[in-house]
Every structure is written in structure tokens, then in C-alpha cells.
Design a protein around this ligand. Sequence first.
Ligand code: RAM
Length: 520
Amino acid sequence: MKNKAFFGEKQAQWLEKAAKSRPTLHETRIKPVALIETKADKKAWQGVAVKAIPGGLEAMKEHYHWAKTWILDFGRHITGTIELKWHTLARNDSPLRIDFKFAETPYELATEFETYHGHLDRSWLQDGVIVLDDFQPLVRFQRRYAFRYVKLRLGAPNFDIQIDDITAIAQTSANDSRYTPIPEGGALTKQEIAIEKCSAWTLRECMQTIFEDGPKRDRRLWLGDLRVQALVNGVTYRNYALVERCIYILAGSCNPKGEIPGAAYDAKDGFSASCMVQTYALLLAPLLLEHLNFYGRKAFCKELFPVALHQIDLFRKVIDKDGKIIPGKCSWLFIDHDADLCRETPALGLYLFSLRNAAKLGELLGMPQPELVAEADKLAKQLKERCFDAKTGLFRSDDETRQFSWATQIWFILGDVVTGKEALKVWKAMLASKEARRPHTPYLWNSVLEMGTHVGDNAGVRKIIREYWGGMLARGLDTFPEVFVPENQFFSSYGDCLMNSDCHAWSCGAGYYLRLLANI
Ligand code: RAM
């Protein structure tokens, strides 16, 4: 029977390699640090603050009847579950009901999930009920959660219970001993060191059997997120095997046209791929180049290079001879969660970036692709002629809206539409522009850092990190969230910020740039 897989038997082999390289998850046991309550506070992020109840944890150990609510703070973000040890003082006349809720943020903790009105499934919100018919004294919550706070309500009117212990069991595939914290007194400020630490912690929490985007939601490997994660991993935990496992999963899941999926889920019964995202597919070439630069894994990169080249071949088909995207030909062009952003134009810049990176990779692998550079130069010229606006010094979108956006400047500069001093000028004009659409998510902010580094404004990049990532830190989180729009604290791409993931991999990139710029 003919093998329908585009890359033939290799795809099955890649999936097999991925299945065999499932990493070990390291577990840590963590005790709660405080019993807390939430209170409305206009000054706090999203209007909710938490307050420790003095002596609360000791009081919790006393026996009681009737149901009581306990809110625990574990003092840091955890990906894992909890164990509850308890006993009853007399025989029961009913089962024991435990209502529970896990939350990453104070707002999530304080807000009733019944108010949720977003368009992703409510099942992502982490609550539920356990009813114990048989009174086993040790209850381990079966699902995996992402949380710092846990709210429990348990007890019964006709028998006393006593809580003996509550412990969180955190899990990660990151090897903590490989992470070297940055000492104070060197090239980075205290705040920058804290940002780097938070970046690494964000990555660590997302490092499970795959690099997940967020351990609360979507728990999926996304190719765009993976590139950011692989960069930070390369300067922290250096788990190259996990990077390769993830690339094998995606490459093995290519559809019959050879398109690499944007996302995959590591399910118990196999990998399930979804979402064709062309702007992510084009990042495979840069990802492989960076992987080669970090670990020198030539054989691996050679094996996967044809998949990266094929993504370029596929994208070439959606561009006409004038260098314009043919309407209706693209699948999902993800650049940022911004519904009003013209995505086609930045996507063309990203295509240039992919072409140039593929050419560099080809050189290093001894598989040169000179025609890719010629193609990139021709397209860059066409785009410059059509999109450059001399009055503002910025590129407009290549459609009837003639929109100015940071996204277009970023990807045009990363794709070398202009270089050197000209590129630096665009960077400065972008930072000063009042008109250009700004990024919504840390994912695009990460590309801002990449652009600034590319044009050589290291001081400017560090300033953005201190302001934007520093602003996230000031929220009191110890992981970086999926979205952070300082002027709109309730912003969500999903219709309700309860659905936001507050430990999200694509936000960890600042740690990479800080180490790079400080030469650490
Ligand atoms: C969301 C997630 C994920 C991202 C995609 C495009 O579902 O935040 O991280 O890569 O969007």
C-alpha cells in the first residue's frame, strides 16, 4: 500500500523517536506558605489582592464539623497536583464532598467561574468536586493543574474531620541543577536579574513531556512558542533532547501535503496535531539554525532540513510574481492576537526571514541553497518599493488599509528589507510613532526584542525589557503571562480573561535577550 505521508516512512520513524524520548518528570513536594483571603483592592492588578490570615495554617489543623472553606497560597507557581491527608473523628453518615478550585492569579481565585462568558471551553477553568464514599485518608487529585492558589471546601454537618496535611507535588522535565542564576553586581541590574529568573521559571513550568505553551491552557506544543522556548532553554536548562522530541512530533505529524502543523498535544494514546499556521511553519528553518548553533547537532538538522525547505516551497505558492499574497490562499497567519492587524504584510517579512535563515542553515550543513537568497533579495526590493513611506520612515501594510504596525516593521527588518543604518532608523521611527499599532501579546513583544538586537540597539532592548517585562513582574506573578496589556488589565483574546494563561511560554524570551546582551 502506498504510504500517504508526504515525507514517507520517515514520518512514522520521527513519531517513534518522539515516543521513545518521552522525558522523565522530576517531582518536588511543596507545602503551602499561608492561609489567605482575597479582598477587592483598586490598586491591585485586576482589582484583587490576597492577604495572609495570621496563624491560619495552624488553625486549619484543628478538627471541625460543617463545611469550611480554606484558601491556600503555595508561594509560587506550580505545575502539578495536590495531596490531602485527613481523617474523621467519628463514623460518618454521609460521603465527604470536596469542592475545589485551582488558580494562577488572585483574580481567577476570587471570580466565580459561573460568570465565564468566553469562547473557549470552560473545561479549561480548573475546578471540580470530589465525593468520597470510602474514606481513604490520602487523596491525590487526579488531574494536573497550574496554580499558586488552591481553594478547598470540605466538611459535613454530622461528623468531625481533621486535615492533617496538604502538599503540592510539582512536576517538570527541566533539570534545575543546570540552571545557573545570574549573580548580582555584574552587567545586569537587580530588576533585570529578577526578570531573567522569572523567564526561566516560566519556561520550567511549561517544560513537561513537551514544551507546552501554558500548563493551564492549551497544554500544547506550538511551533511559534517552541522557537522562543528553545532559545531560552539554550541558555538555561539546555535540554536539547526535548527540543528534538518536539520537532520530531510536529514533523512526524505533517499532513499529506507536507505542511507541518502549528500545534500538537501529547495525549496518552498518541500525539494529536492541529492548526495549520503558515507563519509558524516558516519558523522551522530559524529554529533548526538556532538549534545547530547551540548544540552542533548537524545530523539532526540535516534530517529535518527538507521539512523546513518544504514549508518555504508551500508559502512561495501563495505569493504572486509582484510579491503579493494571493487573496484566499493562506491558512492561518498568526502574528499577534490582534483582530485588526493586517497580517499578510508582516507575514511576507517573516517569509524573508525564513528564506535567509534557511540559506544560512544550508551553508552550515553543506547543503547550500543560493537561490533562496536571490529570491529574498528580489522580494525585499519589491516590498521596499511598495510599502516604504518616506514621510514617517515606516513601512505601510501592502493592502488598501495602508496600515502602520509594529508587526510590519519588526518582520521587515528581521527579513532585511533594509539593513544597517536604514534599519536602525526604522526601529527609532517605530518606537516614536503614535500611529503604528502596537503589540498585544508578549509573543510579538519578544519579536520587538529580536528586532532591536538585530539593529544593534542593545540599550533600547534592555529598556523595553525593564519597562514591559518589569511591568509584568510588578503584578506579583513569578511567571510571565500570555497577555499583558498594561492599559487594559482585563484584555483577553478569548472573550474573558478567566481563560488567559498566566504562565505562558511565549513570554519567557526576555531571559534569552538579557543573557545574550550581557554576554552571560
Ligand atoms: C494561543 C496560544 C498559543 C499560541 C496560539 C497561536 O492558542 O496562546 O500559545 O501559539 O494562540
